[in-house]
Structure formats: C-alpha cells, structure tokens
Ligand binder design. Structure first.
Ligand code: SF4
Length: 325
C-alpha cells in the first residue's frame, strides 16, 4: 500500500518523495492521484496517451536485446515539471477522461503476444505515478515470460521501489543534472532520491542512464564528469546516453550543438566505457569492444547490426560483452 489516509480527510500519498497531502476533491502534484471523499482515487488508471511498437533503441536502451522491437505504452502526468519537457503535451496536460480509451493491464500484456513481441515498455510520460497499474501489468508480464521496461525519472520512495523492481527487467533512468539546486528550482524535485533509486535498480535490473544536455544549464565538463563518476561508482558497465536538447515547452534557447555532445561524451569516457550521443545525426553511437576496440554493434538510425558479438563475446578477442542478448 503506497498511501495513507490522515485524520483530517487528507490523503497522504507516499509514492514519491513529494509526499503530497491531498485535500478532498483535489489531486497531488503529479495531477494523477486524487482524493475522492477521503480515499485515494486513480481516475487515469489504464488511460493510455499512446501505444506503439518501437525499436528498443528508442527508449533508449542500447545494451538490452539490441535490434528488438518493444510494445510501448504511455500515460499522462508526471511528478516533475521540467520547463524543457520534450513530451509536455502528455506529462503536463491531461485530456477529459470520457474521451479516452481504457486498456486493462491484462489486455496490454495480451497485445504484446498478439504482436509477436516479447517485451513491454512503460514510457513517453512518467510511469511511476501509475504505480498500481505498472505493478499489476508487470506481474502479469512476468507470469507470461514477457520482459518489462521502465523509462522513468526515478522519483519514487524506497518502499514502493522495492515492491516494483523485482518485476522490472530493464530501466532507462533520467539523471537530469548533478546538483540539488537544478532539481529543486528547475524540476520541482530533489536529486538524492534519484541517485538512491539508480543504485537500487542497478542491483536487480539492467539499467541505462540518460542526461538531456541543455546549453548553459548542465553542459559543463565538471557536471557531466560528476554524473559519469557517480554512475561508475554504481557499475561502470552502465551505459550513459548524453542527449541533445531541442527547444520545447517553456525553453526557447537554441538546441544543443553536436560539438557540445561530442566534447561531453569524451569527458564522460574518463569514467565510463559506454557513453553514447543521443538526438544527434553525425556522431558515432556504435559500441566497441573495451578490450580490443573491435566494432561490436553498429547503429545507423534504428538499423542495428551486431556482427561483432558471437555468443555474448567479442568475436575478435573473446571478451564478454555486458549486454542482455
Ligand atoms: S506520486 Fe503524485 S501525488 Fe504522490 S507524492 Fe508524488 S507527486 Fe504527490
């Protein structure tokens, strides 16, 4: 149970570190979790904003069944309010409920098999604020040998995280910056719980990290090196995706130049062997063997060839590759 009812008819939501006290008829900061006559109400349970079949690289996950397709479901709402959100139409806005189609967890997992797929992703907006739905769907997926993926801001309290993670196979977690001030002033959250969640998730599931690099906000070598050093302290095989920002929502500043991403990829490489540029056209996002430098996985857009990997090892030198295959 991830919420409690207080004596004053508040619902105290304990799901994420915001711990909202929600008045009767009101919703929490994520806009998704309501107080209806003193009880937690989830009117957006199973209301999907989008459902698509995507390449797994689009999540982005580069070391998790490369080249595979994944059923991708999105919801509405988010526990953060990033002024640069690239998906603000579904994270910060909600449609009228009667205009939306409900998809049950059972039906969603059914769709995975019907489309001859073997994995499902909860993505596009923040899935963790739909904890009850993704927990149920993930348990059904596990019973049916279907893999589960979360694309998330990692903002969740420890107790619900421990309940959910055993049913999650892979995560891409946003690490949006490495300062508490950025998390509090820009996003309306805090950094420490995200770092704790990354550490917890990496102990049980495949994890990749994404940092959206924004000019003048988090694009210093110092900050990216701190991010890379932290990730290496958890597990140096965790891939880091450094994605270029494009003007969106309240941010109108120019897009991140590819030269900035190129420079920061090099900085992060001081601590991590697997650092990839994202949202760029001309930069190399292939994977090379850390032992002999041979090409393991070639990526051209979403066209993937992995001829450099044979039975989980570099086909040139035999070094094991840290991929889920
Ligand atoms: S999940 Fe939503 S309602 Fe619950 S504490 Fe977080 S922001 Fe508040």
């Amino acid at each position: 149970m991830s919420y409690t009812l207080t004596e004053n008819h508040y619902v105290s939501c304990l799901l994420c570190p915001k711990v909202c006290k929600i008045n009767d008829g009101d919703c929490g900061d994520c806009g998704i979790r309501f107080n209806k006559s003193g009880k937690l109400d989830l009117p957006y349970y199973g209301i999907l904003s989008a459902i698509n079949i995507d390449p797994v690289e689009k999540k982005p996950l580069y070391h998790f069944f490369p080249g595979s397709l994944i059923l991708s479901a999105g919801f509405y709402g988010c526990s953060f309010h990033c002024p640069f959100c690239q998906n603000f139409q579904i994270s910060q806005e909600k449609p009228a409920l009667n205009s939306q189609k409900y998809v049950s967890p059972e039906n969603l997992i059914d769709l995975v098999g019907k489309n001859s797929l073997s994995s499902v992703a909860f993505t596009y907006s923040e899935p963790l604020v739909h904890f009850e739905y993704i927990l149920k769907a993930s348990k059904i997926a596990r019973q049916n040998k279907i893999k589960t993926v979360l694309v998330t801001n990692g903002y969740i309290n420890k107790k619900p995280a421990k309940e959910l993670l055993p049913f999650i196979d892979a995560l891409n977690i946003d690490l949006k910056a490495f300062t508490e001030s950025f998390y509090s002033t820009e996003l309306g959250g805090s950094l420490r719980p995200v770092l704790d969640f990354i550490t917890e998730a990496a102990s049980s599931s495949h994890v990749e990290i994404t940092t959206l690099v924004i000019p003048g906000k988090n694009d210093s070598d110092k900050e990216i090196k701190e991010i890379a050093r932290f990730i290496a302290s958890v597990d140096s095989n965790i891939p880091l995706h450094l994605s270029a920002y494009y003007p969106s929502f309240h941010y109108t500043d120019h897009a991140t130049p590819e030269s900035t991403i190129e420079r920061l990829v090099k900085s992060a490489h001081e601590y991590l062997p697997f650092v990839y540029p994202g949202n760029t056209v001309h930069l190399d996002n292939n994977t090379y063997c850390t032992n002999c430098g041979s090409l393991l996985v070639k990526r051209q857009g979403f066209k993937i060839t992995q001829e450099g990997i044979k039975k989980g090892k570099c086909s040139n030198c035999g070094k094991e590759v840290p991929f889920k295959l």
